[in-house]
Design a protein around this ligand. Structure first.
Ligand SMILES: *Cc1c(COP(=O)(O)O)cnc(C)c1O
Length: 453
């Protein structure tokens, strides 16, 4: 019988992360201080982040960065993750393409986010930090960080967007089970929160507000650092364990991907699955295609501009050179909450500008149709975010069929959807819709950006 899964041993968990910046023909533009607009250095981030991730953020020379034993040890809870040949999906599509997926949904919190939560918590612990803060929207990042913080004995405060706090109670329960303090944002515990509540008592919160609260608490509390679950270079770096394992597993399968696909929010799982394969393109040895799959309601890579912009709505963070829809862009309330982010990370943005990355945007209904087909043919109910990658893989497989060519497709299954069943309920009931972003909406937001690039 032919193999369904390709499995590695614990000893095969990577010993170093891959830093793509070392191999880039053009390095990403620097982060800028939001006030002076001067390029920043690692030390400038020390007040906010752990020193080690601050250094990683600016490291553009070391191709390999060693994974600490304490981090690898915790990765062992669920890594290496399986690489799966999606034979059921291939059959359902009647395609000559070979489809593989890397199953990151098997982590204890059900997504890839734990790959970076662990090193971020570890580096804080190592430098003597006792408390950490973060924000979370739908709760995936907060859940991952809660487990990592508990493991390393750190106190964690998570600001969770108020509407999600009430509408997605199970991810809140997960965080609380691991022992984190979860605060509905806006809250009365920070200046930023009090100001908003005073002005608008019924405000249901946003990621931008939650970031402001988490940053304010970290800056005001001794021995406290802030952490972020996507967008920044060090987060993408930590996620490369996905692609490094997948590379070995594709070799076990005796194939090499023609196309690698990841869904795209801030870019961490996309970077994680693609960068290790991209290094062979950068070295001129391969010409693999890399496709970022974003929602049609939040299309920064397909319809945004490359410009310096803030990472948050409030404008507290450094200015990041990114494909962006403008930090004031308010995406429609789609169910793939993890993809509702206005910009892409600096490294991905540079690689896109230099032609190494393609991007597609997918309407919401197509993602749920793809998710349902995947659930029925492969057995796993995917996260609404991951369904964007599945829909893109299906488009590629159908193209292969039309062209009568064989093709090897790899996509990252970033998470499962078992805590997102309310969104499947809406789909089954016929209550979901597509959202169009008009050019006027995009232009209006982009027009407010400083023209630095
Ligand atoms: C957070 C999340 C995403 C989007 O974040 P990226 O940084 O773009 O990877 C995608 N899938 C799942 C399951 C998530 O939890």
């Amino acid at each position: 019988m032919e193999s369904k899964k390709f499995l590695l041993q614990e000893k095969d968990i990577p010993t170093a992360w891959y830093n793509v910046v070392a191999d880039m023909p053009r390095k990403p533009r620097p982060l800028l201080n939001p006030v002076t607009k001067e390029p920043m250095k690692a030390e400038d981030l020390f007040p906010l982040f752990s020193e080690e991730v601050s250094r990683q953020e600016f490291n553009d020379t070391d191709r390999w960065i060693e994974i600490p034993d304490e981090v690898r040890d915790m990765y062992r809870i669920w890594r290496p993750t399986p690489l799966v040949r999606a034979r059921g999906l291939e059959k359902a599509l009647d395609t000559p393409a070979h489809i593989y997926f890397k199953n990151e949904s098997v982590s204890p919190v059900g997504s890839h986010k734990l790959n970076s939560a662990i090193p971020q918590a570890y580096y804080c612990k190592k430098q003597g930090v006792t408390n950490i803060t973060t924000e979370t929207g739908a709760g995936q990042w907060g859940a991952a960080l809660s487990l990592a913080a508990r493991h390393f004995g750190l106190e964690l405060a998570v600001y969770m967007v108020k509407v999600s706090y009430h509408q997605k109670p199970y991810r809140r329960s997960i965080m609380q089970t691991y022992g984190a303090e979860v605060i509905a944002s806006p809250s009365m515990s920070t200046k930023a929160g009090r100001k908003i509540i005073t002005e608008n008592p019924h405000y249901q919160g946003s990621l931008g507000t939650a970031i402001s609260e988490a940053v304010e608490l970290a800056m005001a509390t001794p021995n406290c650092k802030y952490t972020l679950g996507s967008v920044l270079n060090h987060v993408a770096l930590h996620q490369t364990v996905i692609g490094l394992e997948a590379e070995k597993q594709m070799e076990m399968a005796g194939e090499y991907p023609d196309v690698v696909i990841g869904c795209f929010g801030g870019g961490s799982n996309f970077s994680g699955v693609t960068f290790p394969f991209m290094r062979h393109n950068l070295a001129g040895e391969r010409s693999t295609r890399f496709i970022a799959a974003e929602p049609a309601s939040c299309p920064k890579l397909t319809r945004g501009v490359l410009q310096y912009d803030f990472g948050d709505e409030a404008g507290y963070t450094p200015l990041i050179p990114m494909y962006t829809l403008g930090h004031n862009f308010a995406p429609a309330n789609i169910h793939a909450g993890g993809l509702r982010y206005h910009g892409a990370g600096a490294v991905v943005s540079q690689l896109r500008e230099d032609g190494f990355i393609e991007a597609v945007d997918i309407p919401q209904l197509e993602t749920f149709a793809a998710a349902t087909l995947f659930a029925r043919s492969e057995g796993i109910i995917p996260a609404p975010e991951s369904s964007h990658a599945i829909a893109t893989a299906i488009r590629e497989a159908q193209k292969a069929k039309e062209e009568g060519t064989s093709k090897v497709i790899l996509f990252n299954l970033s998470g499962h959807g078992l805590i997102d069943m309310a969104s499947y309920d809406s789909y089954i009931a016929g209550d979901l819709q597509n959202y169009e972003v008009t050019d006027e909406m995009v232009q209006a937001n982009i027009a407010s950006l400083d023209k630095i690039i």
